[in-house]
Ligand binder design. Structure first.
Ligand SMILES: Nc1nc2c(ncn2[C@@H]2O[C@H](COP(=O)(O)OP(=O)(O)OP(=O)(O)O)[C@@H](O)[C@H]2O)c(=O)[nH]1
Ligand SMILES: [Zn+2]
Length: 310
């Protein structure tokens, strides 16, 4: 029988079967996954096949290929990683232009990592009820920019409900990860989207604070319309990853698009002659803030800071 893993306690998995049952499963045998040395072979979001025994116990017999997954290294020095979640359909990055301010550098770094992990991102600009005219104008500028690049944007207030319905619709049938700085309103937003869910996530938080199973526990919560939210504490973004200088621009869509017009095909778009990207920035075809974020990642990479930035 086919099912979706929605909870991983470290010792057993809760699987939602295709016919709608919730079944507690153990793993049988050794799962070896291509290319990953992981502390857990199965994660929430995995599509699995289970076998239910006559006495009512069940085990996972097969895991289907993943379209993506996010990991956390067991420790800085370790090559082993923990798979936090698999098969994410999207990430909603909650940002605020004020209270607190989310910088474009942060947004762009996040978007670049998401590109690397092949997880589509939508930007949710929260707290629109609290902004003055200047802040709203700046916000609209950002929305124009990111919509143009290809990231859908929402303008919402988790407190007064503005724009919430559109976000709710965009979560239907999808596995969604919420991310964003502390204080941007993720919990408030999730509670506005799915009333009653907050209580359950608070329980999980308390459980985590006790220090139990912190590295192995994860859970997805069903949302109306057949979707799921991943809101496990500790999963606030993507892990670190290594990339070559000339790869960084692959994760900036609009920069990558233009880069094949650069004179050198290993152009890093800094000082090289005949760089089409720098030309585009000068002609305001590529936003300066995006280009600066791009340079910023390159610089941090050189100083070895990028890995610890997340
Ligand atoms: N004015 C206004 N305040 C909001 C809105 N959404 C959340 N807040 C407030 O912002 C503060 C932080 O909200 P939280 O939901 O706790 O933020 P969070 O992102 O979950 O924060 P962490 O748990 O630290 O990651 C609270 O005081 C909320 O009441 C909004 O739409 N408008
Ligand atoms: Zn170039």
């Amino acid at each position: 029988m086919r099912g979706l893993v929605i909870k991983n306690t470290g010792s057993w998995y809760q699987v939602k079967t295709e016919d709608g049952r919730l079944v507690e499963c153990k793993i049988k045998g050794n799962f070896r996954l291509k290319g990953i040395r992981s502390t857990n072979p199965i994660a929430v979001g995995d599509n699995v096949h289970i076998i239910i025994n006559q006495e009512g116990t069940a085990f996972i017999s097969e895991i289907e290929d993943r379209k993506n997954y996010i990991i956390r290294r067991a420790s800085n020095l370790s090559k082993q990683s923990h798979i936090l979640a698999a098969n994410l359909d999207q990430c909603l990055l909650v940002v605020t232009v004020n209270y607190p301010e989310t910088s474009t550098t942060f947004i762009d770094r996040f978007l670049a990592s998401a590109e690397a992990y092949q997880v589509p991102v939508k930007l949710v600009f929260n707290k629109v009820d609290a902004y003055d005219e200047d802040e709203l104008r700046y916000l609209d500028g950002l929305i124009n920019l990111y919509t143009y690049i290809g990231y859908p944007c929402f303008k919402v207030s988790a407190i007064n409900g503005e724009g919430i319905e559109e976000v709710r619709k965009s979560m239907e049938g999808k596995i969604t990860l919420f991310s964003g700085h502390s204080g941007v309103g993720k919990s408030t937003l999730i509670n506005a989207l799915v009333p009653g869910l907050e209580l359950r996530t608070a329980e999980i938080s308390a459980y985590h604070k006790k220090g139990m199973h912190t590295t192995t526990f994860s859970e997805m919560f069903p949302v109306p319309g057949n979707g799921y939210i991943i809101d496990t504490p500790g999963i606030k973004g993507f892990g670190t990853f290594d990339m070559k200088d000339e790869e960084v621009s692959h994760y900036f869509r609009e920069i990558f698009q233009i880069s094949d017009k650069c004179k050198y095909n290993n152009c890093t778009h800094r000082q090289e002659p005949g760089c089409a990207v720098r030309d585009a920035v000068e002609q305001h075809l590529i936003s300066e803030s995006r280009y600066n974020s791009y340079l910023n990642i390159l610089e941090d990479k050189e100083e070895g800071k990028y890995r610890s930035a997340y």
